[in-house]
Design a protein around this ligand. Structure first.
Ligand code: ADP
Length: 564
């Protein structure tokens, strides 16, 4: 609601215009009754023209008022939604990784798109119908009651019945629509999975299985939609039935009153008009309630993001200074059940290379995520640049790093933009980074060099080319610490070796953290950590580990045989 405050004047003006339009609309049946009952019997043509002209003027007046007010309402609700989306987006950007995990990326996306849409609809419809519909219902009822209480009672009864019936149907229908939406989410998820894994699916010839998985989800979506449609199918016919029965009742009661001489015939026409007006407005109000209940549910989901606490604050940390990079008894768990990193300790000086070796799921990426403070360590101290990581601002800390993670995204933009990555770096720096990353040779041979467009997810590049572009991106920011998480897995041994040599030659003083499952990539490291199930089971230089760790020795032997 706070979002509407800056537009209070505009909303008030819109609502007043709507109010005027409703008053004009309510006057029309009265004028009609006046023409039929007073002007026609006296055959006063001039009076008929006058009253008719006034009716036309009022009808046009109401039309212009409604159009103007609707436009103002649309403007306000669009602007409110834009601001809301902007704020949610910037909050999402600042969510910690732990919070991201808790919300899940797909839920964040649907809150940013679907839920903001429902809030938009709510604001729009409330401004457009929130005043008009109740006013038409109330005004119509009061005017009818004043002139013929019996007819007023009939209208009130039918109108309450309609409202109750629609409310009942929609209350039953909404949960089915929510389920249907979830079923559609399932279909979209499978499409996304298939689109991103299309090569693997084709390569392993599992199109058939994937198609039946899709068919199952699609069928489920159809069934839930069908149930929802079955329930909602009753809504319009019920209103029509009530409207028609109400008309018959009004005419019947009216006829009795005319017969007794208690009512003029023209008034019945006016009451019929009021009746149609009231019924339509009642329908509008019932629909408005649906919009409000959907919008309010969405607003709560959005609020959860906006009010999510800042859980990674800058804290006073250890006063003493520590190593350039290191950990002291660090433990961490994603879900709070079992430790994904357990008692990790190591130190590294500036300009040295750290190698991290271990099977998939052993905690290599987790260790690096803690260095970057993507997550906060549960226990222990993380050292970055000689200071406790928790005592540094997010910008200071992350500004030190250049990172290449597995499966990182490429932009659907030029090669230059993919390396510069919205930092507006000079072209010479981008070229230098590309050269160090062993990427310049293939970039030069692309049709438009640095300006060649990269397809979505880098589909027009090979795996090795994508990896080298990402390495160039990390290098272009001239980081103090460069983290390469399995960044050379798609490179042949010779290119990988040339890459390591080039980084050492072109980036003097850079501290390197290399995650790899290949011992050859880590051989020259000043310190290698061997990780197993979240624990550092051995650490040291290559030769030291060969001498001291049977596990390391057996891995080396295995890889030598594979390589041979
Ligand atoms: P590696 O990089 O060695 O392959 P990771 O550090 O990615 O291993 O994972 C270590 C463990 O933590 C695994 O058991 C993995 O399932 C778990 N894990 C990783 N990321 C998350 C996450 N975001 N939420 C919950 N568990 C996770």
């Amino acid at each position: 609601m706070g979002y509407l405050r800056p537009f209070a004047r505009r909303v008030a003006a819109g609502v007043s215009i709507k109010f005027t339009a409703a008053v004009l609309e309510l006057m029309l049946p009265l004028l009609l009754a006046h023409i039929i009952d007073d002007c026609v019997p006296s055959r006063d043509a001039a009076a008929i023209w006058r009253a008719g002209g006034l009716m036309m003027a009022m009808a046009f007046g109401a039309f212009f008022c409604n159009v103007t007010a609707n436009r103002m309402a649309a403007w306000v609700s669009m602007e409110v939604t834009r601001r809301l989306r902007r704020d949610v987006y910037s909050r999402v950007e600042r969510l910690s990784c732990a919070q991201m995990d808790r919300f899940s990326v797909s839920s964040l996306v649907s809150r940013l798109t679907n839920d903001t849409y429902h809030v938009h609809q709510m604001f729009d419809k409330v401004q457009r119908g929130g005043i008009r519909a109740p006013m038409l219902v109330l005004g119509g009822l009061v005017l009818t009651f004043l002139q013929a209480p019996a007819l007023g009672a009939v209208q009130l009864a039918v109108c309450s019945l309609t409202f109750f019936a629609i409310w009942l149907v929609t209350q039953r229908g909404i949960p089915h629509y929510t389920k249907a939406q979830a079923a559609v989410d399932g279909v979209v998820r499978i499409i996304r999975e298939n689109a991103s894994g299309v090569r693997v699916i084709k390569a392993l010839a599992c199109q058939g299985r994937e198609r039946s998985r899709f068919e199952a989800a699609n069928g489920q979506a159809r069934r839930t939609e069908e149930t929802a449609a079955h329930v909602m199918a009753a809504a319009n016919p019920i209103t029509d039935l009530l409207l028609n029965s109400g008309l018959v009742l009004v005419v019947a009661v009216g006829a009795v009153l005319v017969d007794r001489g208690q009512l003029d015939a023209g008034r019945i026409v006016a009451f019929l008009s009021y009746f149609a007006l009231i019924q339509t407005a009642t329908l509008g109000m019932a629909k408005l309630f649906v919009k409000i209940s959907k919008g309010a549910a969405s607003a709560r989901r959005i609020e959860e993001i906006l009010l999510a606490p800042q859980d990674q604050t800058v804290k006073p940390g250890r006063a003493v200074s520590g190593p350039e990079l290191g950990m002291e008894g660090v433990s961490f768990s994603y879900l709070g059940v079992e430790k994904d990193l357990d008692g990790a300790s190591f130190t590294l000086d500036r300009g040295e290379t750290l190698g991290i070796l271990g099977p998939t799921g052993s905690g290599k990426t987790t260790l690096v995520s803690l260095l970057l403070r993507l997550y906060d360590a549960g226990e222990g101290v993380v050292w970055v640049g000689g200071q406790d990581a928790v005592s540094q601002s997010r910008e200071d800390l992350r500004g030190r790093f250049g990172v290449v993670f597995q499966n990182e995204a490429l932009l659907n933009d030029s090669v230059y933009e993919n390396i510069s990555f919205l930092r507006g770096l000079p072209r010479e720096d981008v070229i230098a980074a590309a050269k160090t990353a062993q990427a310049w040779e293939f970039i030069e041979n692309l049709p438009e060099g640095l300006d060649t467009r990269v397809d979505i997810r880098g589909a027009n590049l090979s795996g090795g080319q994508r990896q080298r572009l990402l390495i160039a991106r990390a290098l272009a920011g001239k980081p103090r610490v460069l983290v390469l998480d399995s960044a050379d897995s798609a490179l042949d041994y010779r290119t990988a070796a040339a890459l390591r040599a080039a980084i050492r030659r072109d980036c003097p003083g850079v501290t390197l953290v290399v995650i790899s499952e290949r011992i050859a990539s880590l051989k020259e490291a000043d310190r290698i950590l061997v990780l197993e199930e979240g624990r550092i089971t051995a650490q040291g230089r290559h030769e030291e580990l060969l001498a001291s760790s049977p596990r390391y020795r057996s891995m080396e032997k295995l890889q030598m045989e594979d390589g041979a």
